[in-house]
Design a binder for this molecule. Sequence first.
Ligand code: ACO
Ligand code: ZN
Length: 554
Amino acid sequence: MAPSTPSTPQGGGRASGSDSGSPAPAAAAPGSYHIEDVIPGVKIFVTKPLPNGQAEQRKAEVLSTRPKPKPSAFAPPPPPDAPPPDPRDDTEYYVHYVEFNKRLDEWVGGSRLILDKEMEWPKPKDEGKKKERPGKATPGGVTPLRATGSPRPTGSLLKKAATKAASAVGKGTPLGKDAPSGKIPQKRRAKAEPGVDEEEEEDADGEEDGLDADGDVSMSAASDGGLDADGEVDLTAPSNPQAAPPVFSKKQEIEKLRTSGSMTQSHSEISRVKNLNKLQIGKHEVETWYFSPYPIEYAHLPTLYICEFCLLYYPTFTQLKRHRTKCTLLHPPGNEIYRHDNISFFEIDGRRQRTWCRNLCLISKCFLDHKTLYYDVDPFMYYCMTIKDDYGCHLIGYFSKEKESAEGYNVACILTLPQHQRKGYGRLLIEFSYELSKVEGKLGSPEKPLSDLGLLGYRAYWQEKIVDLLLESDDEISLDEIAQRTSITHGDIMHTCQALQMIKYYKGGHIIHLTDAVLEQHQKTMSKVRRSISPAALKWKPPVFSRAQLAFGF
Ligand code: ACO
Ligand code: ZN
């Protein structure tokens, strides 16, 4: 499989899409290379079937190769009229489509490689390392919002940022961090009084029953980096305050996210290649998106079967069925802290339900690429949302939350299981996380970096809450008041307003300006029938932990 020594660069045309500033990658002209030359690192055109039955040719980077896996003993035999296997498919190539999200990476047979187009040879090793993303500036040094006291421009609803917030910000409170503590209303303070709500140990650990990831799994293989909401809008003082902040239309933003995002991050080689194909969770079968560090013996199974209640995993359906006859769990372990209609939230301490939480992390890593997942689940609480039917409480999604976050994060990782996405559950999880922050009397923000989908979900939520408040209040409403009433940090409010082009420079100060486009979008959102969290149904006191309980536990 070694490449035939290319007399690089080959004459035939230059490859497109190279990073600006770096020398053009060596291209191999059509006809000057063979299928044996297609090795990890090359970029080659691949046939990609489309959902509409057509196909297109997409440039893709080959990340790995393997002999075609033998069909599983459990796979049904091919139909008698199936075409004979193509010998080119005896080798499979794991490809990442250039400029497409990493979620679409897949194994393709050799017959899908397009050899009559140019191919790019791999970049020399040290060249690839050069292009690191610059570090993100923390959102300090922000141009403070100032009240203007100026008349409203006709045809638009003007809301002024409050002097209160401006002075707080002006005193150096960095946006994106918690608000000055003195601003939290006393009522909320009272609710935040310490009250230990120790969770009952339930029968869910499952450690004696079936497979356990303990000891086998290194959860540190995932990468960090990824799309960072902070990177979207630079809040550091612009040299020209009247210059419009960088703005993306929703379409542009989604396009940008589709073509960038977590896919471009550096990964250890192993974590670049998805190791599982499908998970079966309860009655749903879902395709995985990313690498997850399940034990090696589970890699490349056609489907991994997961008990939807205790989250243990099995290589065959028969083994799962056998397990289900013994498994008594019908809801996540931990305390049910919220119930409204058929939606419940369970609070689970990572320290008390280690196996369950580790198994949850293994599942969620299949759909989260941009974060390092820690094998040590002890420092986190897990808030799991379920939907109830006659059979039990089925997991829809969850978020984890550090027991103690130095950065003021109220969510570490958030996930709606893919089979339940785009139904409003992500919004519900986000809303719930802010309800907890309200009870704590704190402002909160999700841990950065956010994924592409995380950013979309949070932006939608922040926008809705901010616009709601702006519309509700007859008088001017301050940035600080928005923060206090929603528990959204000043920084996230500012980012949202800037991304929506709602910050205007007006008569020497900055104002929040509700545009027609934003109003129209808001009306559309509000016309959708959606669930929301009912704060009265939350029965929760912030858990209190001793130093020893907060210590890293493994
Ligand atoms: N495309 C465009 N907009 C989207 C998309 C998408 N695929 N997904 C969510 N949105 C936006 C929309 O505005 C949507 O509102 P709409 O449906 O009314 O248009 C809004 O987000 C809320 O959508 P929900 O249905 O409530 O969200 P969902 O249940 O799909 O969950 C989540 C969102 C949790 C981000 C989900 O996509 C997910 O689990 N992704 C994989 C894991 C992940 O990336 N998590 C976030 C990591 S960041 C962190 O952990 C802090
Ligand atoms: Zn089980």
